[in-house]
Design a protein around this ligand. Structure first.
Ligand code: GLN
Length: 275
């Protein structure tokens, strides 16, 4: 393609069959133009390479690959987090978990916090930045996920200690004031695993390959050994799992057990205090 054969921004916007918002996001991403510039520079012709990348990403999107993976980033709690196929894409409902933990940390002096199964690091990094008085640690079983999380902590200048561990297995003996986790909670039989973005996310971040509750059983059963007296455990869960998670917390003799609702009105986060 020589210069004049290359399409203009207006032509690319017109020709793309993706939803308009996604087309604009991909065009901004490949051209480096802002959303405003896409409007004011409609006759601009991106380079042949930019057009090729745009067409490639558009094709991938048409086949379902999540926007967050194509752009390599997703906003969480107002900050951009780098993501790739090795980590779950941060979800808005997880901001409720962060807010709940922040409430818990408020007024505590230098609390020690652990994020179990940190993935992209969205929870741990946000907590470290929003509660700079806390000492935040984060674990994950996947070295590839930890690499992403470390990158996010560095990029966003958050002080987080990372530990490679399969839940509790390799954690040093330490007691925390708050433990938080958004574990894989989708049951193996749930048809959502075959739909939308979930088809492209790491299965081990989404499902326990069982009834959706095995991670909670494992986390809750041993949490007492890693919590200070009076320490809190807060967990994100599926929209219909609050009763089951609260029952597990009760069995493990947690007190002050409670759940919080997300913006859709689903009980989404449950927790309790180790008395
Ligand atoms: N919230 C995600 C979803 O339902 C699942 C994340 C998880 O299993 N922790 O799409």
């Amino acid at each position: 393609m020589n210069e004049t054969n290359l399409p203009t921004i207006a032509q690319l916007l017109q020709a793309c069959t993706l939803p308009a918002l996604e087309t604009r996001m991909l065009l901004c991403h490949v051209t480096g133009l802002s959303r405003e510039q896409l409007i004011t520079r409609r006759e601009h012709r991106p380079s042949a390479e930019q057009v090729a990348v745009f067409l490639h990403l558009g094709h991938q999107r048409l086949h379902g690959r999540p926007m967050a993976y194509l752009l390599g980033t997703r906003e969480f709690y107002g900050r951009p987090f780098r993501v790739n196929e090795q980590v779950l894409i941060p979800r808005p409902e997880t901001e409720l978990l962060v807010e709940t933990v922040l409430d818990c940390l408020h007024g505590q002096e230098a609390p020690a916090v652990l994020d179990l199964g940190t993935g992209s690091g969205a929870i741990a990094v946000t907590l470290a930045l929003e509660a700079p008085h806390a000492n935040v640690s984060a674990s994950d079983v996947s070295p590839a996920a930890l690499a992403v999380a470390r990158g996010n902590a560095a990029q966003l200048e958050a002080a987080v200690t990372f530990i490679e561990s399969d839940w509790w297995q390799a954690l040093p003996p330490q007691r925390f004031d708050v433990i938080v986790s958004n574990p894989p909670y989708i049951a193996a039989s749930d048809p959502h695993l075959q739909q939308g973005d979930l088809r492209f996310e790491p299965p081990q971040a989404l499902t326990d390959n069982a009834d959706g509750l095995s991670a909670y059983r494992e986390i809750i059963a041993q949490a007492g050994g890693y919590l200070q007296a009076g320490g809190w455990l807060w967990l994100e869960h599926g929209y219909d799992q609050a009763d089951a998670v609260c029952a597990l917390l009760e069995q493990a003799e947690f007190g002050r057990i409670g759940s919080k609702c997300d913006l859709a009105g689903h009980a989404r986060v449950s927790g309790g205090q180790m008395l």
